[in-house]
Design a protein around this ligand. Sequence first.
Ligand SMILES: Cc1cc2nc3c(=O)[nH]c(=O)nc-3n(C[C@H](O)[C@H](O)[C@H](O)COP(=O)(O)OP(=O)(O)OC[C@H]3O[C@@H](n4cnc5c(N)ncnc54)[C@H](O)[C@@H]3O)c2cc1C
Length: 363
Amino acid sequence: MSGSTILVVGAGYAGSVVARELADAGREVLVIDKRPHIAGNAYDAYDEHGVLVHRYGPHIFHTNGERIVEFLSRFTEWRPYEHRVRGVVDGELYPFPINRDTLNRLYGLELDEAGAADFFERVREPRDPVLTSEDVVLNSVGRDLYEKFFLHYTRKQWGLDPSELKAGVAARIPVRTNTDDRYFTDTFQAMPRHGYTKMFEAMLDHPNISTEVGVDFADVRNRGFAHVVYTGPIDAYFDYRYGRLPYRSLRFEHEHLPGVARYQETGTVNYPNDHAYTRITEFKHLTGQQHSGTSIVREFPQAEGDPYYPVPRAENEALFKRYEDLGRNERDVTFVGRLAQYRYYNMDQVVGAALAAAKRLIG
Ligand SMILES: Cc1cc2nc3c(=O)[nH]c(=O)nc-3n(C[C@H](O)[C@H](O)[C@H](O)COP(=O)(O)OP(=O)(O)OC[C@H]3O[C@@H](n4cnc5c(N)ncnc54)[C@H](O)[C@@H]3O)c2cc1C
């Protein structure tokens, strides 16, 4: 390693994409991650029963960005997969996001598309302005559906009432008058054919890239690098100078069910009103793997633990802005990624942000 080496902190999407772009442009790159593996939160591995699972919860790839697909396709083949979710209400499974079938089954109706639109129009509670997640949902589907599918789920997931969360959180979830029961409608929906970790291995496999896992930024910070690309939490970089940015964490409870070929009818089932966990995901739906048993994961939201979700509230964004300002003064450091930019980014958005950051650096 020489003083011309660029240090990339974090081997998730943000770090690995920047590292690859810099390496392709002829730069020498050292990638470190404090975890014992690459791929960040998208890390997948075979469990002890031989089922491919996502250690940090289900990751489904979907995007409308051709450039993103083109970039990642250099490192993986794809397996088409459209994610479907059911929500359990009073012991019954309903399509989620809410669509016409959800209404017809829940209320014993036979609405057509126009009828479903009329239904929403009748039950919605118009809100103006629409500022919070509560506003978004009441404004589109009214109180009963809000209470059945959103209110308690949100309280569990975020530890906050929907009225305390910005509109953007609920606005991510559509409401449909047709019977489309896919969770996402993006033009490209697929999983890396051999898993995420394999894709990351291929991305980092370059003569100009060295990768070291189990290494914390603090261990190498003073070694003298030409530049640092930092993809960890921005408040940690600045030793929490202005206090901690709130992140929501999760505890994952993985379970293998021997001899059970199929546990549930869709990849994910949400439990908005029952249990301490929010949802159960069965990985074989996502991966298409054949196995006599199956592996599932339950997600228990919690305040403490690894930072997973930036909490979208105005005061948190204001605090982030203060850190962002500090970041601007660090001339030899680029902050990119979900934790460094404190944004509720999907994988494809992080790839996009990382490609843009790499371009600026190379330029
Ligand atoms: C439960 C869950 C489900 C999700 N599902 C989806 C989905 O279905 N579809 C989708 O598109 N997106 C999903 N996401 C979002 C997706 O995980 C992120 O967009 C993506 O992983 C972010 O990549 P990143 O590189 O910014 O961050 P990360 O993947 O978090 O990588 C950052 C890395 O930096 C390392 N690091 C941090 N600090 C240090 C340090 N001091 N020293 C060394 N290393 C450090 C961390 O260990 C980590 O590996 C989900 C996220 C979660 C939590």
